[in-house]
Ligand binder design. Structure first.
Ligand code: BG6
Length: 527
């Protein structure tokens, strides 16, 4: 994988091998916002082979010239850095387009002819990968047709791969079926199930932080840690995605994939290497060790919410039920919070609190490790809640960094303790490399490194964690929604979830603006 992997030399990534990338859904948002800007960034970093080409496939009637012109225009809006005309021209002249219907068998014959012609012209050496940036109902038909057209067969040392976008199923049964269907055509090593959270630098850094430093691993367990809080808060609403979101909701959209990735990376045992299966084995063990909730526990340990109208950054925003393509009486949740327990020796009885929601007060994704309080013999006359607990926070976005909170004596004649933060800000140390988050993932797919992609059993294990919640919710009457205001931190039920464990949700200070939200507490006089 990522650190020290086979695709790296002296800490630098190797140029990817020759190949043709075929994007299904090339006229959609993902292509223009992420995939093409990411390919451009890879070119700028010299990570694409000269023998590279992209074929976009979509229903829209376009020719190559029109496709290129469209993407050139889109780059003005979505490139993550200024576009250099030489490098863009290099990529632009390698873009081709095929118009067609994904269910039409004839189209795959035309696609095959175009892929082979492009392969010859560009000397791509027979290596192809198919990126399914389509609606999920096309995953199986496209893979099946690619198989029938003979485009997935690996022979004579060339490779064929398929990248499958999210959502991979909508519950355990549909994910299992999807796995079965695509595995009739592709072998597991050809399937790259993408979770874009794993493309984030700071998510990849969790492994380095935990296993590349001697001081954290010995205290990374139930003896020293009190609880773990994982937050993925968004300010945005559902935007134009009401249609999709109505049938997804916050639980399906974020938990079995993104949030459980963060849980597994935080909780897993050290893998024996950074090889794909070694890492994924350990992640999967955590998913299996997460306690499955009974219907009763699902009611007590999971809270859901839906946003009402409110205000964000001084602007009025509508309720979820007033968003486009959302039912006026929708009972879809836009917020979910849950408490998970992991039944293994490292984590037994230590709660992992997860929460995610739309239209919250801030955009913030972070993993906070809350350590146990110091024994307070010295501070007997001080109320317990005034003592600082150590808190280590891995900031994933928008700030990227790590901070550690500890108590320090406030200068002065009174013995007073203040909570202070020691911060590491990624950008301060390493600068800012323009990135869409897809560069690493696309490159890994080209070099055949599947570490940052989901294996079949991993995806299924993720769904099996949320399955009891889905079952409990579908058996319960519709909740009383809306129950939180846009611009707040979510519904009260989410606070109650932690309140019964005598703790509360915390968002740490913003490391870039260096806000300090913690107060100073006067202690009992030193003896
Ligand atoms: C997507 C979800 O997978 O992740 C979206 O479908 C969500 O609803 C997004 O907004 C969050 O990702 P990021 O990278 O913007 O935090």
């Amino acid at each position: 994988m990522t650190p020290m992997a086979a695709n790296e030399k002296n800490g630098r990534l190797n140029t990817a091998p020759p190949c043709v990338m075929v994007i299904f859904g090339a006229a959609g948002d993902l292509t223009k916002r992420k995939l093409i800007p990411a390919l451009y960034n890879l070119k700028v970093s010299n990570l694409l082979s000269d023998n590279f080409a992209v074929i976009g496939v979509a229903r829209a009637e376009l020719n190559d010239e029109e496709f290129r012109r469209r993407l050139s225009d889109d780059m003005r809006e979505f490139a993550t850095a200024e576009v250099n005309s030489g490098e863009w021209q290099w990529l632009e002249e390698r873009l081709y387009y095929l118009s067609g219907d994904f269910n039409d068998g004839q189209m795959y014959a035309r696609l095959k002819a175009l892929v082979e012609k492009t392969d010859q012209e560009r000397n791509a050496q027979g290596n192809y990968f198919f990126y399914l940036a389509t609606a999920p109902e096309f995953f199986t038909p496209v893979v099946r047709q690619l198989g029938r057209a003979g485009l997935t067969r690996e022979e004579n040392h060339h490779w064929r791969r398929a990248v499958i976008e999210k959502p991979f199923g909508r519950d355990l049964e549909s994910a299992q079926k999807l796995n079965r269907d695509i595995k009739r055509v592709l072998k597991e090593h050809q399937i790259y199930r993408i979770d874009h959270y794993l493309g984030k630098e700071t998510v990849q850094n969790i492994l380095i932080f935990r296993f590349g430093n001697g001081i954290f691993e010995p205290i990374w367990n139930r003896r020293y840690i009190d609880c773990v809080q994982i937050t993925a808060a968004e300010k945005v609403g559902v935007e134009e995605r009401g249609g999709y979101y109505e049938s997804a909701g916050a639980l399906r959209d974020m938990v079995p994939n993104h949030l459980l990735q963060l849980v597994t990376l935080t909780a897993m045992e050290p893998p024996i290497s950074f090889e794909a299966d070694a890492v994924r084995d350990e992640q999967t063990k955590i998913l299996h060790a997460i306690q499955r909730l009974s219907p009763d526990e699902a009611a007590k340990r999971v809270a859901r919410g839906q946003y009402d109208a409110g205000e964000i950054d001084g602007e009025k925003v509508p309720a979820y039920r007033s968003e486009p393509n959302v039912a006026p009486d929708s009972s879809t949740e836009t917020f979910v919070a849950l408490k998970l327990l992991i039944d293994n020796w490292r984590w037994a009885d230590i709660p992992f609190y997860l929460r995610t929601g739309k239209r919250l007060a801030a955009r913030d994704t972070e993993i906070a490790i809350q350590f146990k309080r110091a024994p307070f013999v010295l501070f007997r006359e001080t109320s317990v809640e005034q003592l600082t607990t150590n808190r280590l926070v891995l900031h994933i976005q928008p700030d990227e960094g790590i901070s550690l909170r500890f108590g320090a004596k406030v200068p002065g004649s009174v013995m007073s303790i203040g909570a202070v933060d020691m911060d590491f800000d990624y950008e301060d140390y390493f600068g800012n490399t323009p990135s869409t988050g897809y560069e690493r993932l696309l490159h890994d797919c080209m070099v055949g490194d599947a570490t940052l992609f989901q294996r079949a059993d991993q995806v299924e294990a993720g769904w099996s964690v949320v399955a009891p919640i889905q079952a409990a919710w579908s058996a319960a009457p519709p909740p009383a929604f809306p129950n939180y205001k846009a611009g707040s931190w979510g519904p009260k039920v989410a606070d109650d979830l932690l309140g019964c464990d005598d703790t509360q949700w915390e968002i740490t200070h913003d490391i870039t603006t260096k806000k300090r939200p913690h107060g100073n507490h006067e202690l009992a006089p030193a003896r």
